[in-house]
Write a protein that binds this ligand. Structure first.
Ligand SMILES: Cc1cc2nc3c(=O)[nH]c(=O)nc-3n(C[C@H](O)[C@H](O)[C@H](O)COP(=O)(O)O)c2cc1C
Length: 371
């Protein structure tokens, strides 16, 4: 399948004990269409099934919250923290499986970027540092983010334990794997980022300390789900509230990050960049995807402006990425994979057509093009 420009996208690949029938994934995309209580709905099941029917070998769910404390980021975001939430996902999993695709759940803790949490009106993050930017009106927020409280060791232990419990719930609901959301400015990224993490304990200071929470979460999740169940982490430099952020330590820091995450026990690294094919630190240097491949020594999933099949394919053929995920171009083409396989024309992405009417162009760009 696939024309000769894209055929490398259409071969099988194994992640842990899961075999994907091609290398094309749907990027995780928040929709805020769950019930008020965080339950997955029939509409969501049909939404995800459509992409599976459209040829995507891998479906990544929207970011799903992990606890009933401080993880929820948006009202009507789905959760995987309770038995009821877990049971609600079974239908989503089964319809996606019926269409022949695999489905991985993205586990998310919003930390200081939470702007809609029905369990708590205050927020918690690594340090009492007010997040840059403004809340996302697209997801019902308004104005500045709150000043977060600094997490105590008890809070941190709770974060770790709840990621692990949620991963177990996802496995029990039938998911084919979990992705820990370590990207885009949410809690694990807040710990990794120097300006949001001012801690002086073992979770702050050196890069090793700032990575400690992510490493502990990976280990706890792995411990809970066993060695065969795919576990990955998503990492980015850019954040939803700080689009231009770059790791200050450049290539050497990237190497250290990818190495530490892989050592902690992940089966894949999902690298999100605004432009996955562009040099990570400018000039003619390597892409972040290539750095992950070289230093992570594991399966690398690439994301960011890969909606043009030729660019998706070239990252694959150049040995940088094993799998690609498609975001906005998939919203415009729910059958992106089938179209590419048949060499059929793709629709352009039109935000008005594919996103909620309440979104303004400015908000939409803020949330996605830069994230
Ligand atoms: C509507 C929307 C919601 C998103 N929600 C999430 C999310 O829940 N988790 C996540 O890791 N990334 C999220 N993203 C980022 C996408 O996964 C992806 O990184 C971004 O769209 C860039 O890829 P693209 O150029 O293929 O669109 C979202 C993007 C969009 C457009």
């Amino acid at each position: 399948m696939g024309n000769n420009k894209t055929e490398t996208l259409f071969s099988e690949i194994k992640i842990g004990n899961t075999t994907l029938n091609n290398r094309i994934g749907l990027a995780p995309m928040t929709r805020t269409s769950a019930t008020e209580h965080g339950l997955a709905t029939e509409e969501m099941a049909q939404y995800y099934a459509n992409f599976a029917r459209g040829g995507f070998g891998l479906i990544m769910t929207e970011g799903t919250y992990t606890d009933e404390y401080y993880s929820q980021g948006y009202l009507n975001q789905p959760g995987i923290a309770t038995k009821e939430q877990m049971d609600s996902w079974r239908k989503v999993v089964s319809v996606v499986h019926n269409e022949g695709a695999k489905i991985i759940m993205q586990l998310m803790h919003a930390g200081a970027l939470s702007q809609g949490n029905r369990f708590n009106s205050s927020t918690k993050g690594p340090s009492a540092v007010k997040p840059k930017g403004e809340q996302l009106a697209f997801y019902g927020g308004q104005g500045d983010f709150q000043m977060p409280e600094e997490m105590t060791q008890i809070d941190i232990d709770q974060v770790i334990q709840q990621f692990a419990a949620s991963a177990k719930n996802a496995k029990e609901a039938g998911f084919d794997g979990v992705e820990i959301h370590g990207a885009n400015g949410y809690v694990l990224d807040q710990f990794l980022t120097d300006y949001t993490n001012r801690r002086t304990d073992k979770y702050g200071g050196s890069i090793e300390n700032r990575l400690r929470l992510a490493v502990e979460v990976i280990k706890a999740v792995r411990n809970e789900v066993g060695n065969e169940f795919p576990v990955g982490i998503r990492i980015s430099q850019a954040k939803v509230n700080d689009a231009d952020h770059k790791w200050s330590g450049g290539v050497a820091e990237a190497a250290q990050i990818f190495n530490a995450l892989q050592q902690a026990g992940v089966d894949f690294l999902h690298i999100a960049e605004p432009q996955a094919a562009a040099p990570a630190f400018g000039g003619t240097g390597p892409t972040l995807v290539k750095l992950a491949k070289d230093h992570g020594n594991t399966i690398v999933i690439a994301n960011g402006s890969l909606g043009d099949p030729a660019s998706a394919d070239s990252l694959r053929t150049e040995g940088e990425a094993d799998i690609v995920t498609i975001g906005k171009a998939a919203l415009a083409n729910q059958d992106w994979a089938n179209r590419v396989a048949a060499d059929r024309e793709l629709n352009d992405f039109d935000f008005q057509q594919y996103l909620l009417p309440k979104a303004t162009l400015k908000e939409f760009e803020y949330r996605t093009l830069k994230a």
